[in-house]
Design a binder for this molecule. Structure first.
Ligand code: WTA
Length: 674
């Protein structure tokens, strides 16, 4: 999630290599039952969960019709779902004849009852600068202005707008302004490089890119405008660039640039929300898969919003008046669903944090919790692992008594980090929800509910309402019934928040998610169902790795490496990393005659940073004179993963290799990795 190139792990010394504290998939000795008083006041208690889950399975359309009512419709829907997971005919439609506007649901409908309530608290990178409290009325005004600015630039319903901004209120304004006029936004995380930005602008054929002069984070600044200028060198001349002033830092100005602050001053502060169909795309978000370049995940208007709002309310037991803080960046799906759309649809007060967990020191999260009296706090295990190593005094000096629910997302949480979160941050009183979901799912698919679940550290535990998970045998694709079993995780039915397609490539959508296990949505994750029927996510079963909670395709890093003139071949795998969860391990074969030097190693690290972004920089590079391949030329990643994990006893059958000696060489030379 959220921490990006600027994640806590990057600002701390690297931990010892391969001390694996990450294996978590066993049943704990202890579970944590909900506090009876909490359960009583909660939206859902244990009995309530059973009842509602059963209802969602017994008559899904009736259940989801009811949930659809949490939104304000311009024209109410009469049809609830039309779904097929059949290869060649995959389609997913929810509330398809209803019309609505997302910005109206997130802002306008609250004006009468809570116009003067704070919608967004903005907490800047530097704690010495003032936080901003933006009311629903102010949000309405600024979103309308941004909508009018975009219309002046020629943006119309269905057009794409790329957003490349720091975590500033304008990022939320831009998202909601697009939604208001029916444009489709695609946010690119501000830690991505110009090349990655350019590819995404072209990928969705955007008309406008919105950026800022600079992004301050952790006391450093990233030159976003200059990155955007570089990206636009590879884009059509017609793409316009709208520039928000954040630091006032110097930028070059070209004929395609427009000054947001000037234009907003002139712009009208009312704008009529455009009537959208429930199935119209709300946004595209690029995410990594196991093959090829990142794909544009498309989310819908009606179903997505209903699901984001519903999960935000139930998972966090959100009540009116609560202050909710998700530490993600809006560049990731977590920021979309749980900073902006879910909380604002529910009329919440949501915090947008520009900074990092370790700046100015490791107490920042807790200082902000105290300052804004945060009730629900949602972060990534990687941040917790980084902070727990810094000492409890950073937590203990702040008053955290307003916390009611703690959450995690992005990767499995190891019991040590869970227990620290529970005891030190939550003082043994605050339930933790370990939410499992994906960019593709729009919202949580499995999570404990704070008033209902006996918590087990490290387990996502139970399906959310309406979700039917199954464990399959990876080889035979047969359903594994019963408990105490392990396999790959698929979902047997659809839910309104499910992605609808891959932008511009429906065939890729079908192939990626519906072809390996026909009839099901394949998650790409492995999982275990324990003796009690609780689910434990065991991690990706494909070539996707999860670095500091960020999803990365090993193929992307490989193609960046081989684009370097001195590199002949590269293979990238994940390996256990104490703080990041997984680190990036690259085996690199150099061109004939090129000497492996320290300088070259540094050059390659830098190269990957520029090609993709700092989050993709390899943690370890090992020079590999050869890579283990089958006789048909396929790289045997299983073996490379084992070597990266120092697990040589389990290299498995190497007899099908073209040159088995290559493996011995890699094992012998592994100490030269750096
Ligand atoms: C992993 C982030 C274990 C998983 C919302 C999934 C998790 C991938 C958890 C999606 C969790 C996410 N426990 N693993 N609570 N949450 N994951 O698309 O492997 O960035 O497939 O979405 O993160 O990552 P994405």
């Amino acid at each position: 999630m959220a921490h990006g190139s600027f994640c806590a792990a990057d600002t701390l010394p690297a931990p010892d290599f391969a001390e694996d504290h990450m294996t978590t998939h066993s049943n704990p000795d202890k579970t944590y039952a909900p506090d009876p008083a909490f359960a009583k006041a909660a939206h859902v208690d244990a009995a309530g969960y059973e009842k509602m889950y059963e209802a969602s399975m017994a008559d899904p359309d009736a259940f989801w019709a009811e949930q659809g009512k949490r939104l304000d419709w311009i024209k109410p829907f009469s049809k609830v779902s039309d779904v097929s997971f059949d290869l060649g005919n995959v389609h997913i439609k929810w509330y398809e004849d209803g019309t609505l506007n997302v910005a109206a649901n997130c802002i306008d409908r609250h004006l009468e009852t809570r116009g003067d309530q704070t919608a967004i608290i903005w907490e800047p990178d530097d704690p010495k600068d003032d936080a901003k409290h933006i009311t629903y009325k102010q949000l309405h005004r600024d979103v309308c202005k941004m909508a009018n600015v975009l219309e002046t630039l020629g943006v119309r319903k269905g057009d794409r707008v790329v957003i490349y901004l720091p975590m500033i209120p304008e990022a939320a304004y831009a998202m909601l302004a697009c939604a208001r006029i029916g444009a489709i936004h695609s946010i690119v995380f501000a830690g991505f490089s110009p090349d990655a930005l350019g590819a995404r602008i072209n990928g969705c054929d955007a008309k406008v890119v919105i950026t800022a002069d600079e992004a301050p984070r952790g006391g450093r600044k990233t030159a976003l405008k200059s990155n955007t200028d570089q990206a636009l060198l590879h884009c059509k001349d017609s793409v316009k660039c709208l520039v928000v002033k954040r630091t006032g830092g110097q930028t070059t100005w070209t004929s395609r640039d427009y000054d947001y602050n000037d234009m907003a001053m002139e712009a009208d502060d009312v704008s009529k929300p455009v009537e959208m169909n429930a199935e119209d795309p709300l946004f595209i978000l690029y995410t990594s898969g196991s093959t090829g370049q990142p794909k544009g995940v498309v989310h819908s208007t009606g179903g997505y919003l209903a699901y984001a709002a519903m999960t935000h309310q139930y998972t966090f037991d959100y009540h009116d008046g609560d202050v909710f803080w998700c530490t993600a960046d809006v560049g990731w799906v977590t920021g979309h669903s749980y900073i902006v759309y879910g909380p604002l649809a529910n009329g919440a007060t949501t915090i947008m944090f520009e900074g990092v967990p370790t700046y100015p020191d490791a107490g920042r999260f807790w200082e902000v919790c105290e300052k804004h009296k945060v009730n629900q706090f949602y972060t990534a295990p990687t941040a917790l692992r980084a902070l727990m190593g810094q000492g409890n005094e950073f937590v203990e000096k702040y008053d955290l008594s307003d916390l009611k629910v703690l959450g995690t997302v992005g990767e499995p949480i190891n019991p040590e980090a869970w227990t620290w979160y529970y005891n030190v941050v939550g003082k043994g009183k605050v339930p933790i929800v370990d939410t499992w979901w994906q960019t593709e799912t729009g919202g949580h698919l499995m999570t404990p509910l704070p008033g209902a679940t006996n918590l087990k550290p490290g387990s996502a535990q139970q399906p959310f309402f309406g979700i039917k998970p199954l464990v399959l045998d990876p080889q035979s694709a047969e359903v594994i019934e019963g408990n105490d079993v392990e396999g790959v995780l698929v979902i047997a039915n659809s839910w309104p928040g499910q992605m609808r397609t891959v932008w511009g490539d429906h065939e890729r959508f079908e192939k990626t998610y519906f072809s390996d296990y026909p009839g099901y949505y394949f998650t790409g994750d492995g999982c275990k169902r324990d003796a009690d029927g609780d689910y434990w996510i065991t991690g990706r079963v494909d070539d996707v790795i999860n670095v500091s909670g960020h999803r990365m395709g090993t193929a992307e890093v490989e193609s960046a490496l081989v684009a370097h003139e001195k590199v002949a071949e590269a293979a990238v795998v994940g390996y256990p990393h104490d703080i990041k969860g997984q680190g990036i391990y690259a085996y690199v074969t150099l061109m004939n005659g090129v000497e492996p030097t320290e300088e070259l190693r540094k050059e390659l690290e830098k190269w990957v940073r520029t090609e993709i972004g700092p989050i993709a920089k390899p943690d370890l590079i090992q020079w590999a004179p050869g890579l283990p391949k089958t006789r048909s030329g396929k790289i045997m990643r299983r073996i490379l993963r084992k070597i990266a994990e120092d697990d040589f006893g389990a290299l498995g059958d190497t007899s099908t290799l073209a040159e088995p000696a290559v493996v011995d060489d890699l094992v012998d030379n592994r100490m030269n990795r750096k």
